[in-house]
Ligand binder design. Structure first.
Ligand SMILES: Cc1cc2nc3c(=O)[nH]c(=O)nc-3n(C[C@H](O)[C@H](O)[C@H](O)COP(=O)(O)OP(=O)(O)OC[C@H]3O[C@@H](n4cnc5c(N)ncnc54)[C@H](O)[C@@H]3O)c2cc1C
Length: 372
């Protein structure tokens, strides 16, 4: 990195310092590649740490070998070295959240990633890869994720007291008495909120149980070799949609919800909200639910172009897009001239696991091989 016309010049800029951006940075450093920077207005992996701590997630959903270090066994070694008691849980050995986050913070420190961190939001990328009108890079890696694109249902238009659970800038408000959503985030939030008060959980469907976000076959050639042979991106999109178990939770979390229900600490309502005013939610079947404050566990917008940076890049560079509006990328995850992607932006190539922690590892391996 060097100074350039009042900005910084670097060979490679990673945009987004979340789990994926940091995974890619570690992979590059392990390959001896140092001429890069990571641009993120937040602390490295800070968004993830805030939002998972906010809902007191306890354990991750993904298994022990999914984390930011290139060596799959690094987290296991770390747990042993730091002498954690019961660091992993269940058949999949899901890591304890606090340990997982400490492991990341430790690696960020050990690899001195703060020296590579530009604490800015990327708001524009112009030809010549001029970022925010002042920095310049020869190549870009877009690792901006999707958790910041909160999905707010239309019926919330007249509701004043609510928060989206992916909003890491706000703590979990103690006056929340209604949670809307049927997946793992809703479940964790209910478990946390019911420590202090009764909560109503409104789900569109009965509780769906799946141990992981998608079948383990999507982690390797069992499912992916057939997926990568499909030329039709509409078909790839519908396979991804089917394969991702959205709005689901592992069986042990369902049991904990049922236990809270049996104790009268949560009321589980299967229903669809039609409209809302400043006091009540009106369900399509005629039920009326009073509320003080609502937590939305409604996930993210699915249209990636709702991200202002992605939209600006599409307008400026006219890169290849599938009918679903997501990038068509090469095997190396190159979207267009020296612009690489990870996470949701890479999912038409990496498949249903692309948004997950392991998607960052997969993206890092391909991108690192291509550029280093
Ligand atoms: C509650 C919850 C639990 C989850 N649990 C798991 C789990 O157990 N296992 C699993 O595999 N996955 C899990 N996931 C999915 C998880 O979000 C991803 O695995 C992981 O966070 C993806 O990392 P990321 O870097 O793509 O996105 P993020 O962690 O969201 O990071 C994106 C980063 O990009 C930055 N950014 C965005 N726009 C810009 C911009 N314009 N300029 C600069 N920076 C920008 C943001 O500030 C952020 O730091 C969970 C998700 C949630 C919401």
């Amino acid at each position: 990195m060097s100074f350039f016309n009042g900005g910084l010049y670097m060979k490679t800029l990673i945009v987004g310092g979340g789990i994926h951006g940091v995974t890619i940075a570690l992979k590059l450093l392990n390959a001896g590649y140092e001429d890069f920077a990571i641009m993120d207005p937040a602390d490295l992996t800070g968004q993830w740490q805030k939002l998972t701590t906010k809902i007191n997630m306890g354990h991750l959903r993904s298994p022990v070998v999914h984390h930011i270090h290139p060596d799959p066994y690094d987290l296991k070694r770390y747990a042993k070295k730091e002498d954690y008691s019961q660091p992993f849980s269940g058949y999949y050995q899901r890591p304890q959240l606090e340990m997982f986050n400490n492991h990341m913070n430790n690696l960020i420190k050990e690899y001195q990633l703060e020296n590579y961190h530009i604490r800015e939001k990327a708001v524009s990328i112009e030809p010549g890869y001029i970022i925010n009108g002042k920095h310049q890079a020869e190549q870009l890696i877009l690792a901006t994720g999707i958790n910041h694109l909160h999905y707010i249902p239309e019926f919330m238009a007249d509701v004043a007291h609510y928060q989206h659970l992916f909003d890491s800038s706000q703590p979990l408000a103690s006056d929340i008495d209604v949670v809307i959503g049927g997946g793992i985030t809703a479940c964790h939030a209910v478990r946390e909120l019911t420590k202090k008060r009764h909560v109503t959980l409104i789900m569109r469907h009965a509780i769906r149980t799946h141990e992981l976000d998608s079948d383990p076959g999507w982690l390797g050639p069992r499912n992916m070799s057939a997926f990568n042979k499909i030329d039709d991106y509409k078909e790839r999109r519908s396979i991804i949609k089917e394969a991702r178990h959205r709005g689901s939770m592992p069986a042990h979390l369902k049991q904990s919800l049922k236990f809270l229900e049996s104790e009268g600490r949560v009321t589980l309502i299967k229903g669809e909200v039609a409209s809302a005013d400043h006091q009540y939610l009106y369900l399509t079947d005629g039920r009326v639910i009073p509320y003080q404050s609502i937590a939305l566990a409604t996930g993210c917008e699915q249209a990636i172009a709702k991200d202002p940076l992605v939209s600006q890049i599409i307008q400026t560079f006219n890169p290849p897009l599938a009918p679903c509006g997501y990038p068509i990328v090469t095997h190396d995850l190159e979207w267009f001239d020296h612009v690489y992607v990870s996470g949701p932006l890479a999912e038409l190539e990496l498949g249903p696991v692309s948004r997950n922690i392991i998607g960052g590892r997969k993206a890092s391996a391909r991108i690192c091989q291509a550029i280093s």
